[in-house]
Design a protein around this ligand. Structure first.
Ligand code: AMP
Length: 253
């Protein structure tokens, strides 16, 4: 069983991002970039399935500029077997990524695609869902637990999802798309020997045109702005004063 894991290169989660002075976007010049945290969880889950003898191959895929190959190497250091970079300088939106992933799924025929639930740069939470729709495959999003098995000759995934009211467990037929939530697993740290080994693993590069996909943006960003600054708080002397302020100043009680 082959598992495809799409991994995105994003601004590291520890970085406090700054909006560009002209309001056209976020300044990523000289900023530390890392693999999207939900994608690390996806790679870890796929590698665990391989270690358990359920999956036979884990393929990491990334769509973006040449530097995205660092993210594929990071996935290989966790344990992915090989990588595919869809290289383009066009800023990709979720629909374009989903179309590229569809083209790769048609070619690679994976049994499961494990995506992150969202990329922490644009917080779109769309790509996995769009890919499932384009493939006509079932999807189980926000997975906090997943198990793959064979029931009556049909491969299935049993996935526990984190939803507003608690947990929901679904059984879906494979091939399918699963998207990861935070509690699915705790990704391992890549060891130095595995980082070195990852440098030798195969990494193929293709262009969107090779896959016959038009990646032209469909959405235009009008403006990016910093959130409003929080005004300073006040210290109250006692509960009576707090209640008075809530009632007469904030008028919330
Ligand atoms: P999004 O819909 O942008 O929030 O992204 C959801 C998931 O789709 C990510 O966690 C990745 O697994 C995948 N994804 C999004 N953009 C890319 C990309 N450029 N390359 C590879 N995978 C991506």
């Amino acid at each position: 069983m082959k598992i495809l894991v799409p991994v995105k290169r994003v601004v590291d989660y520890n970085v406090k991002v700054r909006v560009k002075a002209d309001g056209t976007g976020v300044d990523i010049a000289n900023v530390k970039m890392s693999m999207n945290p939900f994608d690390e969880i996806a790679v870890e889950e796929a590698v665990r399935l391989k270690e358990a003898g359920i999956a036979t191959e884990v393929v990491a895929v990334s769509c973006g500029v040449a530097a995205f190959q660092e993210t594929i190497r990071a996935a290989m250091a966790i344990g992915a077997d090989r990588g595919i970079l869809v290289e383009t300088d066009v800023e990709l939106q979720p629909l374009a990524v989903a179309k590229l992933l569809k083209a790769l799924c048609d070619k690679e025929q994976p049994t499961v695609v494990i995506c992150g639930k969202q990329a922490i740069d644009d917080d779109s939470n769309q790509t996995g869902q769009m890919l499932a729709a384009l493939m006509g495959w079932p999807q189980a999003t926000f997975a906090s637990k997943m198990a793959l098995g064979d029931a009556g000759g049909q491969m299935r995934a049993t996935v526990t999802r984190e939803i507003d009211g608690g947990l929901e467990t679904l059984e879906i037929k494979l091939p399918a798309v699963v998207t990861t939530d935070l509690r699915l697993n705790e990704p391992r740290y890549a060891t130095l020997p595995n980082i070195m080994k990852a440098k030798k693993k195969p990494l193929e590069t293709v262009k969107p045109a090779d896959l016959g996909v038009d990646v032209a943006p469909r959405l235009a960003t009008l403006k990016v702005a910093e959130p409003p600054k929080r005004s300073a708080g006040v210290r109250v002397a006692d509960v009576a004063q707090l209640v008075d302020k809530l009632k007469n100043e904030a008028k919330v009680i």
